[in-house]
Design a protein around this ligand. Structure first.
Ligand code: APR
Length: 250
């Protein structure tokens, strides 16, 4: 049996014996759906610097430029479909008494795969939030009819309903995630480089409260050394193996 196969067997035993699981995902889980990640080998940030675009300052300085980038990202994601990793987590949700799925992704692919209890830490690419009245509109137009789009309610300028660098995530959301971590038996950390807070510290919180942590990522991350089982493979290949014992590694 290869080292990976041994780890998959270990991870499967842990997951199948857990009744309360927290899953944290990052851009890596969507990379097999053709959605570019931010960092790592084929990262999106190779051509851009986050502070140029994903910040309130950048938006208010040039809302049209920032919206051009989000319109481009919406176009890049519009044809993306969930991959076996997303579907496996949706299946897991139906087989575990208590599963909290927390994602840093804004692509909506977990929901498309059938996950219903999804906490989007960084917002959603398909939502436009009014900069004046705060109304949030679901909008799947690609391309957007006008840039920047206007609020359908009050006519003021809309912004992407995402969390930018320098913006705070609602404390109530973070408290909910930390509580879920405290109550869980196992935490799966999938496809995240573990460099952006507060998500980056969540694996440490799990370890500090004696949870078993399983990381699935082809690349090393700053906290990999803390975790119990580290599987250096693609999530789309590994996740379907974790809860169905009758499959073998491809
Ligand atoms: N399966 C699992 N992991 C993968 C795969 C895959 N098929 N492909 C790539 N990865 C890993 C990469 O090795 C990398 O560690 O996914 C990780 C992606 O890291 P990032 O691009 O930094 O994405 P993420 O960790 O989600 O970024 C966090 O930063 O830019 C902000 O708001 C943005 O939500 C994002 C946050």
């Amino acid at each position: 049996m290869t080292e990976t196969e041994e780890k998959v067997v270990q991870a499967r035993e842990v997951v199948e014996s857990a009744s309360n699981i927290v899953v944290l995902t990052g851009a890596g889980i969507s990379s097999e759906s053709g959605v570019p990640t931010f960092r790592g080998q084929e990262g999106l940030w190779q051509n851009y610097r986050p502070e140029e675009l994903a910040t309130p300052e950048a938006f208010w300085k040039d809302p049209k430029l920032v919206w051009e980038w989000y319109d481009w990202r919406r176009n890049a994601v519009k044809d993306a479909k969930p991959n076996p990793g997303h579907y496996a987590l949706a299946e897991l949700e139906n087989n575990v008494p208590n599963l909290t799925l927390v994602t840093q992704n804004i692509d909506g692919l977990h929901q498309m795969a059938g996950s219903s209890n999804v906490t989007e830490m960084h917002g959603n690419l398909w939502q436009i939030r009014c900069t004046k009245c705060g109304d949030i509109e679901q909008n799947f137009d690609v391309p957007l009819a006008e840039l920047p789009p206007k609020c359908k309610k009050c006519g003021e300028m809309g912004r992407p309903n995402v969390v930018w660098f320098g913006e705070m995530i609602e404390m109530s959301l973070i408290d909910k995630v930390l509580k879920a971590i405290e109550e869980c038996h196992v935490m799966l950390i999938i496809g995240t480089s573990g460099v952006v807070e507060p998500a980056a510290s969540m694996g440490l919180v799990a370890k500090q409260t004696d949870k078993t942590v399983i990381e699935i990522n082809p690349e090393e991350t700053p906290s990999s050394g803390l975790y119990d089982i580290v599987i250096r493979e693609k999530s789309g290949e590994i996740l379907p193996l974790l809860f169905t014992s009758n499959r073998t590694l491809s």
